[in-house]
Design a protein. Structure first.
Length: 387
């Protein structure tokens, strides 16, 4: 009698894959994954870049909402200098963060320093906050680009020695020194009352009422009683479509979430230099660390012209071409760490900028920097075509 079950088992056994066939199948699957992975990564980056663009658009809406709510006046760089609230905090109410704005200026009992518009955003103030209060500031995601900080807490924190901890940002407000687009830039921490006439970017120092005497050592600090925007929208006389307002800033990959200078010795191979201060709090408006007059915060950037395309006229580059630009893993390569900051992003080949009319444009990293200078000066008469 024929045993059909045994014949079926033998037939199924004969149909099984050999070891070679299994290896071939695995190799094919591996090749398909290798081919698809870059496409998946590219799609993810495209989505992150679009989200980054949307963040800049929201910042543009905040600027125009401020203008509409303040008699056609553009936001100032700061409430006052030094250490008072920067334009990023001033825009809180216009990005649906009124509660953070109120807390920043009023806070709660026990926080050090003056309150109200005279609040100084210094390390002692930040370190006195609870973890929950710090997280509230870190939750403002529109000031961060997900390409660089996906899953980030939004906070640069650290010990009491940290220069200026607080909420971090991937964007900078543009300022411009001197109407001469060929040579001069103004130190972007220089936001004192008497410096407004030296600035020709979209944002300038406000008109303030203060105590007449210097009351804090070594920095011209004073009690701030009142401020108001200095400029109406007519200040952007070249037209809103010819004005860069916010732009992505370069942060070397070694210095992400870092705000602490280790040493100022140029001969030290482990020096952090001024780049170590690039990812500090965006809340403050300036001030110094006491080391070479260096500004604690980096919410501003001045684009200035170059002797050759892409190279600053005394050090480094205006535009960083990669996240590794400025890292000290390769010291003394294409950078002067004491003087150079840069525009840049972690997007491949481009950085994004907010134009005054609310548009967001991606600009190639090899753009002629003269064009960028013209796009930051409000009244040079150049109606330039964006690349």
């Amino acid at each position: 009698m024929i045993d059909y079950r045994k014949k079926m088992v033998n037939r199924l056994a004969n149909r099984a894959f050999t070891l070679v066939e299994l290896l071939v199948v695995i190799a094919i699957i591996g090749m398909l994954i290798a081919l698809l992975l870059p496409a998946v990564q590219a799609a993810r980056e495209a989505a992150r870049r679009m989200q980054c663009s949307n963040h800049l658009k929201q910042m543009g809406l905040a600027v125009h909402n401020f203008i509409a709510a303040n008699s056609d006046s553009v936001p100032p760089t700061t409430m006052s200098y030094p250490h008072r609230m920067s334009v990023f905090g001033i825009l809180y109410p216009y990005i649906e963060r009124q509660s953070l704005y109120d807390f920043a200026l009023i806070g709660r009992a026990g926080l050090p320093g003056n309150a109200g518009i005279d609040r100084r955003f210094v390390p002692a103030w930040w370190n006195a906050l609870t973890d929950q209060e710090k997280s509230g500031f870190g939750s403002v995601s529109i000031y961060r680009c997900p390409t660089r900080r996906s899953g980030s807490s939004g906070i640069t924190d650290g010990p009491m020695g940290t220069s200026n901890p607080g909420p971090n940002s991937d964007y900078i407000a543009l300022v411009s020194g001197s109407g001469n687009t060929a040579t001069v830039f103004q130190w972007w921490g220089n936001m004192q009352d008497d410096q407004a006439s030296n600035h020709f970017g979209p944002f300038r120092h406000p008109v303030v009422r203060r105590t007449p005497q210097v009351i804090v050592q070594g920095g011209g600090d004073y009690q701030l009683h009142e401020w108001k925007p200095r400029d109406s929208i007519s200040w952007w006389s070249d037209g809103t479509s010819n004005q860069m307002v916010f732009v992505e800033k370069h942060i070397p990959s070694d210095f992400l979430n870092e705000c602490l200078r280790v040493t100022s010795e140029a001969s030290d191979p482990n020096k952090r230099g001024r780049f170590s201060l690039i990812d500090c709090s965006y809340l403050g408006s300036g001030g110094t660390t006491g080391q070479g007059g260096e500004s604690d915060e980096r919410p501003f950037y001045s684009v200035y012209n170059s002797t050759s395309n892409g190279n600053a006229n005394y050090a480094g580059k205006v535009i960083a071409i990669s996240p590794d630009y400025g890292n000290f893993k390769q010291p003394n390569v294409d950078i002067n760490p004491w003087w150079t900051y840069a525009i840049g992003s972690y997007h491949t080949g481009v950085f994004q900028t907010l134009i005054g009319d609310g548009a967001v444009r991606a600009i190639t990293n090899v753009v002629n920097t003269t064009l960028l200078t013209q796009l930051t000066v409000v009244d040079d008469g150049n109606a330039v075509a964006l690349p």
